[in-house]
Design a protein around this ligand. Structure first.
Ligand SMILES: [Ca+2]
Ligand SMILES: [Ca+2]
Ligand SMILES: [Ca+2]
Length: 161
């Protein structure tokens, strides 16, 4: 996909949420208002990204990056050239969406929202794919502890699990 055009006639009621729009070339990735309407769509919680650092928003749409949850980052598809638009586990599109109004399943039939960043909060991912949770739990380290207070030393230790 190189460009998305939001027709002016539909723009008044159009709300664009939880999408990844990645493009390239001279045209803006998201060009708004090609037809009759004078109102820009409501754009929230999307990743609008130009692969060469070019124009992301055009027409009626002002730059929405860092506004209303919108970001502009490489979505880190698994293999875009090969047609695999699943997200890599490191993608910042994971858990970057808004749950309200999002579908219950993703393109694979995976349930959504899932907690994909390990913070305990299930949040939808941007785009068609919902990524299964990765275990980001920090490893538990057991230490012996010694505190010196005046001439006294207090020792504390925990058994290994
Ligand atoms: Ca998620
Ligand atoms: Ca989360
Ligand atoms: Ca999935």
């Amino acid at each position: 996909m190189s460009q998305v055009t939001v027709p002016k006639a539909q723009a008044m009621a159009t709300r664009l949420t939880n999408n990844i729009l990645a493009g390239s070339g001279a045209a803006a990735v998201m060009e708004c208002g090609m037809f009759n309407d004078r109102n820009a769509p409501i754009i929230a919680f999307n990743d609008v990204f130009h692969r060469q650092g070019g124009l992301t928003y055009g027409g009626l749409c002002t730059d929405q990056t860092d506004v209303n949850g919108n970001i502009s980052i490489d979505p880190e598809f698994v293999d875009a050239a090969g047609g695999n638009f699943h997200l890599q586990p490191t993608s910042r599109a994971i858990d970057a969406g808004i749950n309200a109004g999002a579908p219950d399943v993703d393109v694979d039939g995976d349930p959504r929202p899932l907690d994909g960043n390990g913070d305990g909060l299930p949040q939808v991912d941007l785009g068609a794919d919902e990524v299964f949770a990765v275990d980001n739990t920090a490893p538990v380290i057991y230490l012996d502890k010694a505190e010196q207070t005046g001439t006294r030393t207090r020792r504390q230790s925990w058994p290994d699990p």
